[in-house]
Design a protein around this ligand. Structure first.
Ligand code: AQP
Length: 334
């Protein structure tokens, strides 16, 4: 029996956060790489969709790749690589742009949100911000992916990928597996500690509400202890009415301490909840920071993992992308 193929990625637009870890990376390392034929990728081309500093993207790409290994991805079990090292992604992205419609791209929530953010900063909106879901569809479909483990914010893009796969198959013949998103049960959407109605996002300008994976324990404690809570003082789990407290309960639950609603009954003050959440996060991130510190001392090892990973990824993607080129009517090179 063939194993399920899994693909997912992380964008080097900032330092990776607790949201990235709980919503995606932890599941990749603890479960996905063990149960499936999995590929995990630093999707660096996606980092070029907004204004960027080349040196920073290069630095963050290396850091993200190192963190993928630090959270426990094991190159003997899965494939870890950098998107721009495998040309098949951009080759297929163009066919996806020729399959998608302008209207469906403009409906993407991230496009709308990030367009507003770019305009508010006085910057111009890059065309690639509109078309990047086509590249993301290519990332996924090139590998015959069955499952895409992501946080809740990416579920809409995976839905679009499904639509494009179905449309392509109907028009040109069976070429792609139709993938589905898998979202973690707890902490699928970790919220910003200072703005608990917004997602904790790594590229947000205000950093006090964001826990980064490489934050020192004292910094983590400070950020969690200063988290915005809600009016009132009793601890109840209500995401709509008490988003700040619900976010802390979600984080504590995701750190392994149970169910957020049941946890709420154990606390009668915000202070105690914050203290326990801070300690739980510090302990959760401790091994990741320690392993990262070891790995940065061995850049050749990280390079060799990425080199092997890209080679493996290329070998998987190329035949399917070639088949897609033939299916749409492009003349094969002789
Ligand atoms: N706050 C979050 N809660 C749960 N999951 C999250 N993810 C991101 N933020 C949260 C998941 O992490 C994976 C990698 O995310 P990404 O690098 O593709 O970027 P993103 O989804 O756009 O998240 P960011 O961190 O907010 O980046 P920016 O600010 O650059 O847009 C994905 O599976 C994502 O769902």
């Amino acid at each position: 029996m063939t194993r399920t193929r899994i693909f997912s990625g992380v964008k080097p637009t900032g330092h990776l956060t607790l949201g990235n870890y709980l919503g995606a990376l932890r599941g990749w390392a603890d479960e996905d790489q063990h149960r499936a034929d999995a590929l995990f990728c630093v999707v660096d081309l996606h980092a070029l969709t907004v204004e960027h500093d080349p040196a920073r993207v290069r630095r963050l790409s290396r850091q993200a790749a190192t963190l993928l290994l630090a959270v426990g991805l094991d190159p003997r079990l899965c494939t870890v690589f950098v998107q721009s090292h495998v040309d098949e992604h951009t080759r297929l992205a163009y066919l996806m742009e020729c399959t998608a419609s302008d209207g469906e791209m403009r409906r993407m929530i991230q496009y709308k949100e990030k367009t507003e953010r770019e305009r508010a900063r006085g910057g111009s909106v890059r065309l690639s911000l509109l078309t990047y879901p086509a590249l993301m569809a290519a990332d996924i479909l090139a590998y015959g992916t069955g499952e895409v483990p992501v946080g809740e914010d990416q579920a809409q893009h995976v839905e679009l990928t499904r639509d494009l796969a179905v449309r392509f198959n109907q028009r040109y013949g069976q070429t792609f597996v139709v993938p589905k998103a898998t979202v973690p049960k707890v902490a699928a959407r970790v919220m910003d500690l200072q703005e608990p109605t917004s997602k904790m996002g790594k590229s947000h300008a205000r950093t006090s509400g964001i826990v980064y994976l490489l934050d020192e324990p004292e910094v983590v404690r400070k950020k969690v202890m200063r988290a915005v809570t809600d009016a009132g003082s009793d601890v109840v789990y209500d995401r709509a009415e008490r988003p700040g407290v619900a976010n802390l309960l979600d984080i504590l639950a995701a750190c392994g301490a149970g169910d957020p609603t049941e946890l709420a009954d154990e606390y009668d003050s915000y202070g105690a909840l914050k203290k326990d959440t801070a300690e739980a996060v510090v302990e959760l991130l401790r091994p990741v920071r320690e392993r990262h510190a070891e790995l940065v001392k061995d850049p050749e090892y990280v390079d060799s993992v990425l080199r092997d990973g890209a080679e493996r990824a290329r070998a998987i993607a190329r035949p399917r992308v070639d088949a897609a080129y033939r299916a749409v009517g492009l003349m094969p090179a002789v």
